[in-house]
Every structure is written in C-alpha cells, then in structure tokens.
Design a protein around this ligand. Structure first.
Ligand SMILES: Cc1ncc(COP(=O)(O)O)c(C=O)c1O
Length: 383
C-alpha cells in the first residue's frame, strides 16, 4: 500500500475509535486560567504544579539570559553549545539534588532514550514498571539489550524477575504520570540492593512538588542519592520551563558524556532557558509556600471528591485522576465540563490502558479553593 493511503486509513481509524488528537489553541495562559477562542476556562490539565511557568522572577531570568547569552546554544555541548549558563544551572542542580554531576538535555524524551540506550550492555536486562511513560517504553524497545515489564508496583513479580536475571536495571517513575502514585520505595530499593540491580528513576512529576526543597519523590521517601543509579527529570513540569537532565555519580555522568549519542549529537539546551531554569530551581528551593499551597489543594480536592463519591485513584500528588473507563464517556464528560468553563482533558488509550480512560485532574499552587469547589460541583452534577 502506498504510504499516503496508509496514513489516510490510520487517521480514519483513529477518528472512528474516538482517539483522534488535536491541539487546542491557547490564546492566553494564566496558570489557573486558559483563554481559548475568546473564552476563559479554569485549567485542570497542566503540569505547572508550582506556578513557575509565569513567575515574574523566572520569566525575567529568561529575558535576561537571552540578552546575556543568546537564544540558542549554537551547537552540541561537546562543540560550542556549553555556555556559562549551562554550567551555572549544572552547579545549582548538583547542590540541590546532592548528586555528583548533572547532564543537561533538550527534552525528557531524549534523556530517557539516552539512559536506556547507553547504560545497559548487550547482556543486561531492563525491567520496566508496566505504567512507565511512552518515552521509556520506546527507549526499551530499541535498547541494545533485552527488556520486560512487570505489573505496576508488583514487587513479588519484580523480585521473581530479578531472581531470573543477572545484570538488571529496574526502571520506574517516581510519580506515575497518569496515576499520580509512587513506588513502595523501601521494597523497591531493597530489591535492587539484594539483586545488585541498577535503579533508573524518571522523576518528571515528582521534581519540585515532592520532598524537602522539592528535590523529588525519592528524597521525600528518605531514599539516598547513592541508592539511585541514574535520576532523570525534565524542566517542563513543576519548574515551568523546557529541557531535562540526568543526575548521578561522577563516573556515570562521565560515561554518558562520552558515549551518550543523544547528548553528543544534539544541540544543547538554550542558554536563556538554562538561566531561567537556574532561577526556577532557586525559587523552588526557597518558596516552600508553593508546595504547602499545592498540598492544601490536594487535600481539599480529595475530601470533596470523596463526599461526591467520585472514583479516585490512591494518589497523594498533584495528579488526581478521576477514573471513567469508557473512552466515549470520558470525551463526553470533558466536553460537558468545557461547556461549563472547565478545561479538563480526557486521557484515552493508548496513553492509558484499554478501559482506563480518565479525567486527569492536575492541581497547582496557583489554584484557589473556590476553583476546586467549582470543579467538584460541576463533576458531581455531571456524574
Ligand atoms: C514521566 C515522563 N517522562 C518523560 C517525559 C518527557 O519529557 P519531555 O516533555 O521533556 O520530553 C514526560 C512528559 O513530558 C513524562 O511525563
């Protein structure tokens, strides 16, 4: 079949299955509010958990960084792409995370390819939690070694698989992006220790919102930096910017700097963005009130949702999915919410398992209590 007819058919099938995706054109972003087609909506679908995307301190640093260092980095970090701003951000991150060294990358997606393609040897085995993000699954599919997945947070299954595999790397998220839950850290780290397996952690959704100074979900649970082989997170969620990093021991980062093709053969992060992210990290560390406010909103949402009998998942984080199941029903609910001024996207397969469609509520420090009350009132009336 010619490629264009294959494309047309695949798109038509997607439309028929109610899975066709489209970008909504945001005319104005104001954190808790979005403006689209001239209408304002309460926003419960973003990842700007601390409200840093619009913090005046962070946006001023972006402008200042662009004037001082330029918009683009001009090259690979091993050629002319590593500037003063990259070093400044790296130093801030090392101090914050208490890890030896940090490697900056242009996206979390590519950071995960880098990790799963560069760290394992051919005889190694990758063990992924079944609910790991698409960027980890795609990386595992094309990794230089074998991989398998274990049932989400099933540590008996993980232990059995580890008993069968020498040289394993366990791959997990710190806060799962579609469920909002976290691993049982003591069981996970104990199993990795017992089987001498490496631990690769994607903390994209834990960074900033969890732990002292927002170090992340692992730090919140008392896991020491040395218990994690490679920590990855991106700047596009709680830090309100773009780009990503990998942190770990000096040896591990040196190895990735030498052999990580996604690092060497890719244009380095924008220096202006690095300058902004350095400020975002400083604000995140300093302004505990943002995490306190977020925690208040999570507690309020869960209390009101329970009173309204909404089917919640066991999440203690800013990600609070309301499980719907049926894809069509989730789409209808999302549309009805929209009509009532609430922007809450339906998450459908293949992003979530079949029959696992949901309204993925995300809360932010920027919300106000009345926003959450309004969301629950509307959900209750529609349910
Ligand atoms: C858990 C997780 N890992 C990785 C990524 C990819 O990061 P980026 O958006 O920076 O490519 C995302 C989503 O953005 C994510 O949710």
């Amino acid at each position: 079949m010619h490629a264009s007819s294959r494309f047309r058919q695949a798109i038509a099938e997607r439309q028929q299955a109610q899975l066709y995706r489209q970008s909504a054109l945001i005319e104005q972003y104001q954190g808790r509010l979005l403006q689209l087609a001239g209408r304002s909506y309460l926003n419960f679908s973003g990842n700007d958990y601390l409200g840093l995307a619009q913090s005046t301190e962070v946006t001023a640093a972006l402008a200042d960084g662009a004037l001082r260092f330029g918009c683009g980095s001009s090259g690979s970090p091993v050629l002319t792409g590593f500037h003063y701003a990259h070093q400044a951000l790296t130093d801030e991150m090392r101090d914050w995370l208490q890890m030896d060294d940090v490697l900056l990358l242009s996206s979390g997606f590519s950071a995960n390819q880098l990790l799963l393609h560069t760290l394992p040897a051919a005889q190694d085995h990758l063990l992924l939690d079944k609910l790991c993000h698409a960027s980890l699954i795609d990386a595992a599919l094309t990794a230089p070694c074998s991989y398998s997945r274990f049932v989400h947070q099933d540590y008996v299954a993980l232990g059995n698989k580890l008993s069968d595999q020498a040289n394993a790397w366990v791959v997990t998220e710190g806060v799962f992006s579609m469920d909002g839950d976290s691993p049982d850290w003591s069981r996970l780290t104990e199993l990795c220790h017992q089987h001498q397996a490496g631990l690769i952690l994607d903390d994209a959704h834990g960074l900033g919102q969890c732990g002292e100074q927002g170090r992340g979900s692992w730090a919140d649970a008392g896991v020491a930096p040395q218990q994690i082989s490679a920590l990855m997170a991106n700047f596009g969620k709680a830090l309100g910017g773009q780009g990503a990093f990998v942190a770990g021991s000096q040896l591990l980062i040196d190895y990735l700097r030498q052999f990580g093709r996604h690092y060497v053969y890719s244009t380095a992060m924008s220096p202006a963005m690095c300058w902004a992210m350095r400020t975002a990290v400083q604000v995140c560390r300093r302004e505990q009130w943002r995490r306190d406010k977020l925690a208040e909103h999570i507690a309020l949402f869960r209390a009101l949702a329970r009173q309204a009998d909404l089917p919640l998942l066991p999440s203690a984080t800013a990600i609070q999915p309301v499980l719907v199941g049926d894809t069509n029903k989730a789409l209808v609910l999302s549309e009805q919410l929209k009509q009532q001024g609430i922007w809450l996207a339906a998450i459908r397969p293949p992003t979530v398992p079949r029959h696992g469609a949901r309204l993925r509520v995300t809360l932010s420090a920027q919300h106000e209590a009345k926003d959450i009350q309004q969301l629950i009132n509307v959900l209750r009336s529609l349910w």
